[in-house]
Write a protein that binds this ligand. Sequence first.
Ligand code: ADP
Ligand code: MG
Length: 342
Amino acid sequence: MNASGKEIPALGEFGLIKRITRRAIVCPERVVKGIGDDAAVFHPPHDQPMLLTTDLLVEQIHFRREAISGKRLGFKSLAVNLSDIAAMGGAPLDAFVSIAIPADCPLAYIDAVYAGLRELADQFGVNILGGDTTGSKKDLIINIAVTGTVDPDHLLLRDGARPGDLVYVTGFVGDSRAGLQVILEKLELSDTALVKLYDRHCKPLPHIEEGRFLARSTAVTAAIDVSDGVASDLGHIISRSGCGAVLDTRQLPISSELKQFGERFSVNAVDFALNGGEDYVLLCTVKAEMAAGLEAAFLSRFGHSLYKIGAITSSGYLEAVDVTGQRRAISSKGWDHFGKGN
Ligand code: ADP
Ligand code: MG
């Protein structure tokens, strides 16, 4: 054990819990008892169903500790959960944070994880109401569960897409995959474009407001957040909805930073946009006759387009139109943890 690894044992489990759970409550109204008892006690939202989602981040699988600051890791751990709430059209409420800490992890890194987590929690009024803390043989593991609330009349599900609907995303796709490349190839963050791509991977901003906006619209028939990749996540929608889809790869919204990155490092920006994943924008399907109205309303609310990328078909499979205008079936080969080739 190195010197830094002795700080946490010196604090002890309860000293550590006390330290990392400071300033955990930002919205006290609904909380009867937060951290410090056997279970959290809180008032459920009046007359509204609750959402509950959880995500597990494991060192070596989802992140490399040496390549991501504690602050960014904490931010991202919460962001991926908030993105799931966004994809349902919900508003987040409270978070539960469980962490397994290996002996070689410095206290400063754990402090930073909680600082990053609190940065995003504060932004969205999310309380940290509890969790669990334990040791780990080798890898740092973080599990966060987030509760939320949603209006039952304005709930976004994956299974509502119908042939003829149009397919949209709420922001640029592919940047996060380029940010991952920056990490994997240990590229120096030598200019603002690279920093931006890196941050899009490490500090994704969940599209909570966009999700609530889409949920309130009667034009939207299904939605999902882009975690595995556009092709893969649209694949989830069509399999849940029992239909097919065609993606026009020429319409994928690609940032100027990703275009630049593609040219500079000879990578295919369209492939990153289609299959990259971890963008945490929302992908939704929209009734064609209401699409123009929704596009205009989205633009005026958010100051940028809702990007049309394709249409729902009755084929039962996924197709893509490539850069030359050719249409062909594609596999939805986003990031599959148990799939081949990972
Ligand atoms: P128990 O042993 O009854 O499960 P713990 O002693 O593990 O309780 O936890 C004490 C309190 O601290 C509980 O309220 C628990 O939810 C909270 N807690 C423990 N670890 C964390 C953590 N990593 N983040 C937030 N809250 C935590
Ligand atoms: Mg416990």
